[in-house]
Design a protein around this ligand. Structure first.
Ligand code: FMN
Length: 398
């Protein structure tokens, strides 16, 4: 009892939805769940493209078996070794001992290391193909999108790109699997949160991958998480292009830490000045309240960034430090920047935030504002002027 879901004749979606896991990679909240996408190509030869996270094996293999109706599996294509896609490899090799595992030279040691599998590999390199009968799969390596062994494959008859983690999204596939069957706009925020937090560090490799794949005549993009694209391919590639260049749109993220409300008050004043100066897209976040993945996602979306922190034991407030260091590790460049901070006896937070901004080559739009004790008239005015300066910078780009 299973109604197959086709991408085209002989190509099937066999992915599963996960609405139970709270944290992806035990870190990123999954308020809207996640899908582990997997595909079966049932040509003269049978190929499975990627598996699913091990805990979902039973649901997944039931779909695979229903489609194959007793046929053996000839190939398992391992585009990416992260366990949310490779988790079912070992058990699948036990079920289909003749099956060849398709991977590149960086995949093989990972399969050996994680799953103790030492044979039956079909090694592919850039541009190699495997012939399935009517259809062929051509392989392209996309190192660091998202791991060193990451690759994608292109099915030439229906022009489907199996893109692995590239173009993936958080969010389960609720009923539909294609972007034109679903409310695409509903997925964009989760797509950006997935991209920025999971792949966002690898802007350059993403740019290289976009150039490499740009020459293909792609009619459908089938990633390992989230919707399959056939209507919004151009739009999605544009978004990826911008995000991987860290090119934000008009708007400002004001993210602050605050124990007793002094830095928060500074942030409020600055945010008010930004909107009064004509910028509507302002997102103010308390870093102790909102998970950094949402804040980082908006930092990828918007060009303006204001960070505020009190001095805490001669350092940044720990929650702001976590966010700022994450941005530094990701190498998020290309932002207009402003700094706020409060202290009582010896300020350190403003200096530390400015150092991070310098490392990332952010353009500071006005002098940083550092207040001792509660916010007073002159620093209130300085916060306001910081907001005005940020708005003016953004408006100058219109
Ligand atoms: C645990 C703790 C550590 C602090 N460490 C410092 C410090 O090293 N230097 C300093 O000048 N102020 C320090 N302060 C004082 C705060 O920076 C100051 O109260 C500031 O106004 C708090 O801003 P907020 O209201 O935004 O939390 C500390 C306060 C706390 C509670």
């Amino acid at each position: 009892m299973y109604r197959p879901v086709n991408l085209s004749e002989d190509i099937f979606y066999v992915g599963v939805n996960d609405r139970r896991t709270n944290l992806f990679e035990n870190m990123w909240p999954l308020d809207r769940g996640v899908s582990y996408n997997s595909y079966v190509i049932a040509d003269e030869k049978v190929a499975i493209v990627d598996t699913v996270e091990a805990g979902h094996f039973e649901k997944w293999i039931a779909k695979v078996r229903a489609i194959l109706n007793g046929r053996p599996v000839d190939y398992l294509v391992v585009n990416h070794m992260e366990p949310d896609h490779s988790g079912a490899i070992r058990i699948l090799t036990e079920l289909y001992p003749e099956m060849k595992i398709v991977g590149n030279k960086k995949t093989v040691p990972m399969i050996e290391g994680y799953y103790g599998i030492t044979g039956n590999f079909e090694l592919v390199k850039e541009g190699d193909t495997i012939d399935l009968g009517k259809r062929k799969l051509t392989f392209y390596t996309v190192p660091m999108v998202h791991w060193p062994e990451s690759m994608v494959c292109f099915e030439e008859t229906n022009k489907i790109l199996f893109s692995s983690d590239a173009f993936g999204s958080f969010g389960t596939l609720d009923g539909g699997i294609f972007d034109d069957e679903l409310d695409f706009e509903h997925y964009i925020d989760e797509m950006r949160r997935y991209y920025s937090n999971i792949v966002g560090k690898y802007g350059n490799p993403v740019q290289k991958a976009l150039q490499k794949l740009g020459g293909l005549d792609i009619k459908m993009v089938a990633p390992s998480h989230g919707p399959i694209y056939r209507e919004n391919i151009g739009r999605m590639i544009d978004m990826y292009d911008k995000w991987s260049k860290y090119e934000g749109e008009e708007g400002v993220v004001v993210a602050y830490a605050s124990m007793y409300g002094n830095t928060e008050e500074m942030a409020e004043v600055t945010a008010r000045a930004i909107t009064e100066s004509g910028i509507k897209n302002v997102r103010v976040y308390d870093v102790s309240k909102t998970h950094p993945s949402y804040i980082i996602s908006d930092i990828f979306k918007f060009k303006g960034l204001i960070l505020g922190s009190p001095t805490y034991s001669n350092e940044l407030h720990p929650n702001m430090e976590a966010l700022a260091l994450k941005l530094e590790h990701m190498g998020v460049t290309n932002h207009y920047f402003g700094v706020l901070g409060s202290f009582t006896w010896a300020g350190a937070s403003v200096k530390k935030l400015r150092e991070i901004g310098e490392t990332l080559k952010w353009e500071e739009v006005a002098e940083a504002v550092e207040e001792k004790h509660a916010l007073k008239e002159d620093k209130y005015e300085a916060c306001w002027q910081l907001g005005v300066a940020m708005a003016e910078k953004l408006k100058a780009e219109r």
